[in-house]
Design a protein around this ligand. Sequence first.
Ligand SMILES: C[S@@+](CC[C@H](N)C(=O)[O-])C[C@H]1O[C@@H](n2cnc3c(N)ncnc32)[C@H](O)[C@@H]1O
Length: 281
Amino acid sequence: MANNIVKAWDRTAKKYFDEVVSPFAEGVDNPIFWYIGKKIDFSKRKSAIDIGAGIGNLLPFLSKEFKEVVAIDISPKMIEAAKTKTEGLDNISFYVRDATDLAEFYDRFDVAVAVNSILLPNTISIEKMLSEINNVLKEGGIFIGIFPSMDALLYRALLEHEKAVEEGGSEEDALKKAAESIGAENCNFIFGTVKYPDMVQKNYYRFELLYRLWKAGFKNIRLRKVFYPWEVYEEKELMEFKNKPKLWDWFVFAEKTGISITEKQEEKIEIIKEKDKNETD
Ligand SMILES: C[S@@+](CC[C@H](N)C(=O)[O-])C[C@H]1O[C@@H](n2cnc3c(N)ncnc32)[C@H](O)[C@@H]1O
């Protein structure tokens, strides 16, 4: 893991809510609480892992809902802050770890959580992190995740474009304003990355997230939106859209299948072979 990424997260640990639009910010209706509270039955409340736990926003809740909780993060400063936040909660263990290698935790957890922590801007790391999440779960274990949305960024551009046209601007001018509003020159729309001053981060399209989770070995994948009230954004001009549907991150709920992508591919090849055989018969 590049040292500069760890350093950037270390710096963010000191002023977390100033820098991050978080599903744990005041006023956000974060589905994670009721999903864990209502959808995870008691047989699956033994162990949970928070992957990229950050300053520990979710840990007090996990500590209450599960017998044993493990928190991992690549940033030592984040882990320090999380320990401070959870002082006195004695069922949480902390580890400074890179989520691209979680071999020491394989097959251990009923539930794995990753809230806006799978952000590395390259496919190999993303695929590795998602398959490591699958690997740390027990058979039938549940993954609950939140992922930044690339679709929401494009929706924001749509709103800015619409506003410019409604104000009488030309199509060309409206497109320029839309692009400027989302910092389009710093975005890679094919891969879904956004360049910030100290790091490049991954955002996800809906179709992509479904595909990547399937590829990592999950089944029964369900996606919904975590909406952010317009008030949570630093850019106060966004309040102009307060009567429009809100921006969002993706909320994911999925089950471990225990079938790897290689096995899936082999299964598919078998089906194709079977089909060919029937066609030639
Ligand atoms: C936006 S913060 C989210 C923190 C926390 N999940 C929350 O929502 O409050 C992203 C976190 O992921 C951690 N992170 C990023 N890449 C990681 C990796 N490869 N392995 C482990 N943690 C990582 C960062 O250090 C940071 O704490």
